[in-house]
Design a protein around this ligand. Sequence first.
Ligand code: KMH
Ligand code: ZN
Length: 302
Amino acid sequence: MPRKVIITSAVTGAIHTPSMSPHLPVSPTEIAEAAIGAAEAGAAVVHMHARHPVDGRPSQDPEHFVPILEQIKAHTTAVVNITTGGSPHMTVEERMRPVSEFKPELASLNMGSMNFGLYPMLQRFTEFEHDWERQHLEGSRDLVFKNTFADIETILGIGNGNGTRFEFECYDISHLNNLAHFHGRGLAKGPLFVQSVFGLLGGIGAHPEDLMHMRRTADRLLGDDYQWSILGAGRNQLPLATIGAAMGSHVRVGLEDSLWIGPGELAESNAQQVTRIRTILEALGLEIAAPDEAREILQLKG
Ligand code: KMH
Ligand code: ZN
């Protein structure tokens, strides 16, 4: 069987704020429609955050997820991947709420604590409709995205108890070491879905050498018990996904990770980014995984 590439679309996230792009999905209907559009364009997995319906700030209140999840499930068979990262400004307890409530087949799990520098975006974005948006960026100068060993173990315990498997977010080499530690203890179970995150301030860079180093280290530590996926932040999204896919990875796109479709050009939708990477993958002779094929590759409960 030819290798199939899983496209994940991360549709809104908690990094970008509503004033940055008119195309960032904010209301429950916008977020759901963005996920449905991404799935129709070829995303097998949709990675989900919710936002407060009044001012668009990130929210982990399960009530804010309900209308989004209902619409996605009614219109697609995509794998729904719910965040446990929430926003780096939230407590870990807050971040876990939706996964505890909805017991999804897939959830994100951040594999280490780190600085999370969003403030460079203040150079590009200066006008904000809501006060929280500026504070969100300014506050990242003195922010630790907390993911201690105890936090990770707690989230693994919730997932393992509910049949939820994980997209392991690895922002640096040390996060692969942490993942190998939990894998060795039998708490993180293969096939591990390793999401290598490149180009966030506080994590590994976005040079092809960084990508190679991640790949070599993952191979050494995890052997063949992992499925590799690539997430390049901002302008790195398409180049790194393309390099990774040519080397055997799955790919993640979406407005959570990049607002852009080209230099200085805002993406009009998540579906546009999915279509762009899909075109590149197909030009490379690669096939796109359908949702049930992604479930098989990642051994999800369905
Ligand atoms: N925002 C991404 C860089 C999460 O939701 O758990 C990683 C992420 C984290 O998606
Ligand atoms: Zn996320």
